[in-house]
Design a protein around this ligand. Sequence first.
Ligand SMILES: [Zn+2]
Ligand SMILES: [Zn+2]
Length: 316
Amino acid sequence: MARPPIEVVILGTSSAAPTVRRGLSGTVLIREGETVLFDCGEGTQFRMLAAEVPRRKFHHIFITHLHGDHIFGLGGLISSLNLAQREYPLHVWGPRGVRRFIEFLVNFPRRTRLGFKIDIHEFAPGYEGVICESKEWTVTSLPLDHTIPSMGYRFEEHELPGRFDGTKADELGVPFGPERGILQRGEAITLENGRTVTPEELVGEARPGRIVSYCTDTAFTDTARKLAQNADLLIHEATYGDEFLEMAIDRKHSTIRQAATIAKDAEVRKFVATHFSTRYDGPLLRDLKTEGREVFPDLILAKDLLRVEVHDRDDA
Ligand SMILES: [Zn+2]
Ligand SMILES: [Zn+2]
């Protein structure tokens, strides 16, 4: 049976400052009731409420870099989690400096006492590799190319065991009971009639986990392509259109054409462009879409609260 899709919600799509229609960077990934947040720009907690993001299992925040448009929402969010009587720890992962910022946020206001622990995990500039591994998924990071150290993230589920062929098991006379579990664990069984049944006969190949890559803020760089390689969903910044290519290079951001090139080269299944300069509000956003789609025809132009589903590859 197909498992429920991973849901990704783009909470805000504006670069640097909000506009009337668009908020700042923040993206949630919801998987089997668990919520993971990437970046936390100002207003993120409002958008999480608007998107009805579940908070029952919310343990991890991944911060890409320490520009205000990606972190200024942390104070309000932490404060609200505290008021909601949160008890279990919150893990915040990000570049060096995130600890000092959070400690300031938590310690500056008078007469507040946090009822939960914040575990902060800092990484030195240029860090490459696994940063967090849960029972069911792994997050790896590679450095992006921005004006300050910026971490790109790749969220990847662990492989799933192959599908069990129930119809064939019935035909072979494998009883309903522990025998089926033994086969699914990869061991052979012997039926009452003496016939040996091996797992290869009934269990398909292991199924790859789903991959979501999050690359912002960054100039056009091959590390983003590596993070995105073969992903089911890539979220990549696209601050400018072609006319501001020089500015993109200068400020270490990407044009939407460059972002679409990363998506194409990495052969991703879905690509969402976001983090648009405030100058692209309204109809001008259509021009961005046109430029990006010249490279990646199925490009999805993010808008605030856009929801994208990530299915298993064989259910898609
Ligand atoms: Zn930014
Ligand atoms: Zn930035």
